[in-house]
Structure formats: structure tokens, C-alpha cells
Design a protein around this ligand. Sequence first.
Ligand SMILES: [Zn+2]
Length: 474
Amino acid sequence: MKRTAVAGLLVIALGACSSASTPSTTRVHGTSGSASGGDPYFPESGNSGYDVGHYDISLSYTPSHPEIRATAIITSRATTDLAAFNLDFVGLTIDRLTVDGAPAAFTRAEPELTVIPKRAIASGRPFVTKVEYHGVPQPVKDPSESAPAGASELGWTRNSDGRVFVVSEPIGSRTWYPSNDFPGDKARYDIKVDVPDTVAVASNGVLTRGPATQGRSTWHWNMAEPMATYLATVVIAPMREQQTQSPAGVKILNFFPDDIYDESVKDFAKTGAMIDYFSGLFGPYPFSAYGEVVISDQLGYALENQTMSIFASDMLGRDIEAEATVAHELAHQWFGDSVGIRRWSDIWLNEGFASYCEYLWRAHVDSSYDIDRAMAQLRAGSESHLSRPHDPGKEGLFSSATYLRGALTLHALRVTAGDDVFFRILKAWTVKYRDSTATTAEFIALANETTGRDLTTFFHNWLDTPQVPPLPTR
Ligand SMILES: [Zn+2]
């Protein structure tokens, strides 16, 4: 995620599982899985008692009409004996709900959807929940913003002209599909969107297009690698595709609004070079393809949806700041998407890393750019507003502390460990936790192991104290 407020600060500084189910032979007296994923920032989000392996979401939409009609098939595995379990889901009307093919009872107290299957599910067993639903999705307010009245809206968002986009971080996914809505439960996805031929559909993964029938077609997107719920997206609008690739051959499929297509092509002209540069530093690009989608809205943010970063049009332009945003969202594909966070309190592992990558890119393309000097300037101007980046509190998730002090922390580690060892740590991180989730403690352990030193105090001072420590010098 990147918002203009944070970007402004930077400018100063820069200058699954199987769906088969067999009947239970032993009687299971399950308990209810918890209606919380256990994250203290958003205790009502996520659930426990099961682990989702795959979401198969089919939905139908026509821009002239706000309603969607959809089916979500969720393949999960019970992690405890379950007499009931919860999903997060708001607003839409459920027409039919089955578990392993049998109609299941359910109750709703938003955001909770409590499902009571006919027979309890034994711990360790796979089960398939199918939810058929319809209605007009309503975005939810971003709970990480301190002023609820003016807070941004998350989730399925429809413009008056019928265009749709989805930006969900942190908790917007529940507005368009029932989910275990917290970052600790990644899953694979198939997202199939049936629309008229007047619009295109951008989403996550690799695209297969169905044949057009009576002026409509289904855009089938397959996300083969596990993905956090908040990174699932759909953009429906009149858009033109740009198919290209990085110099080393990573496929790129971009979607730009018709009326700003040519400008957008220029805005993203360096993406391929960025992919290859970051691949050299962090290890191969972690997915089968990358893409960027632009929406014709002045929203002041961009988000690293997995394999399909989304940019509000006011985040773009051919200046240093816009280029930094393109690099930032791309870098998140390694840091935040492939290596995800398990808890929101570790958000600096996403934002600090993506922010530092903006500086790395700048130093790569401009030989006169002195990253040590830029970091020293950032550090000098940071005393008053950079609080702790680790566990910053719900309202600190997208504050400059997680972005900029996070970036400073990485630069301090680089100077302390030396360039070779520092980049070895980052590479080892993307290999060890690829397609998975990780924590700050795991990053510190890896840094200790790779450097052969005990950096516990170093990280404590950088991540957990009110005062920004002095930057070490080379
Ligand atoms: Zn970000």
C-alpha cells in the first residue's frame, strides 16, 4: 500500500487441499471454531478452527446494474473438531449454503457468518463450503484510519458509471466474498468474472478468456500461489491490455483505461527493468506473471494486489515520486505478497522493505545518487514523527513509521552487516518464506544466523523504542 501522505515524506527525503470428502465413520463432537483469527488489531477478522486451501469465486456483473450474483466454493481443512465455523462476510444475501454438498444452517451477525454443518467435521478433514449469494456489495470503512467519518472505503467499490475496483487492505475482502479474512490464512484462488464485452476484467494470477456468447464472456484468473485475502482484486472497466515482458522474460500483462492508455504505457515503461533488477537482488520474481492496473480515480493510493498492483491515476506521472511508487508496489510482490505477514503488527516487513526498495531503485538508475546521504537526511528529519515501526498499533499500520523507519532499519542493518551479507539475508528471506507467512522474530533470527552475530538489541532499538537510533556509518 502506498498513500500520497507517505509519498510526500519520501520526496523530502529523496530529495489448498483436496476437495474430496469421505463420510465420517466416528462421531465427532466438535466445538465451534473461534470467530477470530486471533489478531489483536482486528479481533473480529479471521477465524480459527480451519485452514482454507482454495477459493473458487464465480461472479456475474453488468455495469449498468449494481448487483452481483456469485458462488464461492471454499475448500478448507479442519484444524480442530468443528460443530460450527465462521466466515467473514458482509452485506450480501445468501441464497444457498452447503457443506460437502449437504445444505447447512447458518446465522449472521456481521461480519460473522456462522455455518453449522449437518454433521460435525473431524479435525484434519477437508471440507467444501459452497455459498451462493447476490446483492449490491457495500464497501466498509478502513478501521486503521483514526477518523472514521473521513476514512477510506475498502472492498468492492462501484463508480456511478458502473466501473468497479477492489482495494481491500486490511479488511475489505468480506464485501465481495465469504472468507477467512486475515493474512495468516493464505489460499490459492480461481476468480471467474462474467461480464459484457464492453468491459475488461483484471484480477490475480494468470488469465484464460472464455469464448464470448451473446455479447458476454468469462474472464478466468488463476492464482496458483497462495495469497492473502486482502490481496485478491477485481477491476472491471473499459480497459485496454498491454502485453509485454521484462528484458529477462518475466511476463507482464497491464490494464489501462482507454482514455489514458498511451500515458499509462509511458508511466510503467520501467517496470520490466525493475523486475529484473529486483530479481537480481532478492531472487527470481516469485509468480508466473506481473501486471499493473490503473483506475481513473483520484484516490491518492496504490496497492500491491498479488501479481496485479493497482494504481489510482493521481499516483502516476513521469516524475521521481511516481517511479518510486511503481517500484514500491512491485517490490511488495517479494515482500508482503510472496512472503506475507502472519499478523498485522509485523506490517513493517511489508512497508519498510517496499519503501527501502524505492531507494535501491533510485540508486541503481542514478549513479550520482548517494543512498547513505539520502538515509542520513531521512534520519535527520525523522526525530519528531517516526515512532516504533514494529507493533505500531492499528492506527499506525500505514503511518510513516512503518514505511520510513522501517526503511531506515534496513539501511542500518546493511551498514552493520555489510552489503554482501545484507543482500544474502534478503535473498534467504524470500527463499525461506516464499508462498508463506513470517514474523519479525523470524526475520531477526535469520539476520542473526546469516551474520553470525546476535542482533537482538540492534533490532529492539530500531523497531521497538520511541527514539530513532543514530544511523551507523560505514
Ligand atoms: Zn506499500
